[in-house]
Design a protein around this ligand. Structure first.
Ligand code: IPM
Ligand code: MN
Length: 377
């Protein structure tokens, strides 16, 4: 427990990032009312728009603050036309760079459909997913796989031009991510909605790819240390159907980097859309939290996007800090925030446009902040 409080480095970033982060900080401030806050917030600019303005993605002090902080919160990065000289996304330093440099190996994306949230599948299938059958966590490997920075082009511009990306799966990388998944499957209360089983599902393409065979072998080897957790398997292509048809079967899903990237966006549809999808990027000594929807340029500056993903990201952040530092103040605040979010969603008073509502981003933030005040700590 850190008596003096935790340092939170906040990077609102691009587009709608600052709009949702503003609401997140509003809710965080409401949690801290009536007592000394157990955290200090420092905000730093950075990202693609900053790059267009200043010619760098962020300042050295900002990067140092991210490395020093007890936890990092990032809004969103990416802006049309903002590219580094090598063609990479300007702003990548804040997300991909931190994942690499802070060795944030586990990308943990909970997917739960809360009562009161609707999803945007029309017609007869609309009610197939309910809060009773969508409650899983996708654990995505976050430091290697197809995101390994070993890529390039040959004969640029010529007839024989070739582009290469290399997918690297290491023993260490695979082992630590599957271990994370098994530990989570062991401790998740309730298990899979279908049958309450403690279940870990390995999603891969091991019928074709060598790296995936290695990933699955590692899953089996580490999994034997967790006899109480059922080992379950899915090829990634089939998984996309099964997730949509039978989400209740899943509790914890683990996947290599790029496959995890794709299936988490699919899973977001089940939880009400990207407006609700939050992710934690977790390492040994560091962690970064983010809404995963991106900077949504076409909605930027309109105060209309859904800020709930940021509230969930903050909840994950408080929970991680509380656990890492064995600090019941933070765990208690995470529980309180979750109750406030769940009640606000259930009563439908903070529906933004994506939910068919008319509430603004700041209006939704006001509702959740008010709920936080009403929920005793
Ligand atoms: C995500 C995003 C990022 C990724 C982008 C913004 C680089 O899609 O966090 O899922 O590909 O990992
Ligand atoms: Mn993604």
């Amino acid at each position: 427990m850190k008596e003096a409080g935790y340092d939170l480095a906040v990077f609102p970033g691009d587009g709608t990032g600052p709009e949702v982060v503003r609401e997140g900080l509003k809710v965080l401030a409401a949690l801290a009312e009536g007592g000394p806050a157990p955290w200090h917030v420092s905000e730093y600019p950075g990202g693609g728009q900053y790059y267009l303005l200043r010619g760098r993605e962020w300042e050295p002090e900002a990067e140092a603050a991210a490395h020093r902080a007890d936890a990092v919160l990032v809004g969103a990065v990416g802006w049309p036309g903002a590219q580094l000289p090598n063609g990479d996304l300007a702003g990548r330093a804040l997300i991909l760079g931190l994942r690499e440099k802070l060795d944030l190996y586990a990308n943990v994306r909970p997917c739960r459909l809360y009562p009161g949230v609707t999803h945007r599948i029309s017609g007869a299938y609309r009610d197939v997913w309910s809060p009773k059958n969508v409650d899983l966590v996708i654990v995505r490997e976050n430091t290697e796989g197809l995101y390994t920075p070993a890529r390039g082009r040959l004969s640029r511009g010529g007839e024989t031009e070739v582009a290469i990306d290399t997918r690297v799966i290491t023993r260490r990388g695979a082992e630590r991510i599957v271990r994370y998944a098994f530990e989570l499957a062991h401790e998740r209360p309730g298990g899979a909605p279908e049958d309450g089983a403690r279940r870990a599902t390995c999603v891969d393409k091991s019928n074709v790819l060598e790296g995936c065979r290695f990933f699955r072998e590692t899953f089996d080897r580490v999994g034997r240390e967790f006899p109480e957790v059922e080992r379950d398997y899915a090829y990634v292509d089939a998984f996309t159907q099964w997730l949509v048809r039978n989400p209740e079967h899943y509790s914890v899903v683990v996947a290599p980097n790029m496959m995890g990237d794709i299936i988490t966006d699919l899973a977001a549809v089940l939880q009400g859309g990207m407006g609700f999808a939050a992710g934690a990027n977790i390492g040994v000594d560091h962690a970064m939290f983010e809404p995963v929807h991106g900077s949504s340029p076409k909605h930027a500056g309109k105060n209309q996007v859904n800020p709930f993903a940021t509230f969930f990201a903050i909840e994950q952040m408080l929970r991680w800090l509380g656990r890492r530092h064995a600090d019941p103040r933070l765990t208690g605040q995470a529980d309180r925030l979750e109750r406030a979010i769940a009640r606000t969603l259930a009563d439908g008073t903070a529906r933004t446009y994506d939910q068919g509502g008319t509430v603004s981003t700041s209006g939704a933030g006001d509702r959740v902040a008010a709920r936080v005040r009403a929920e005793a700590g």
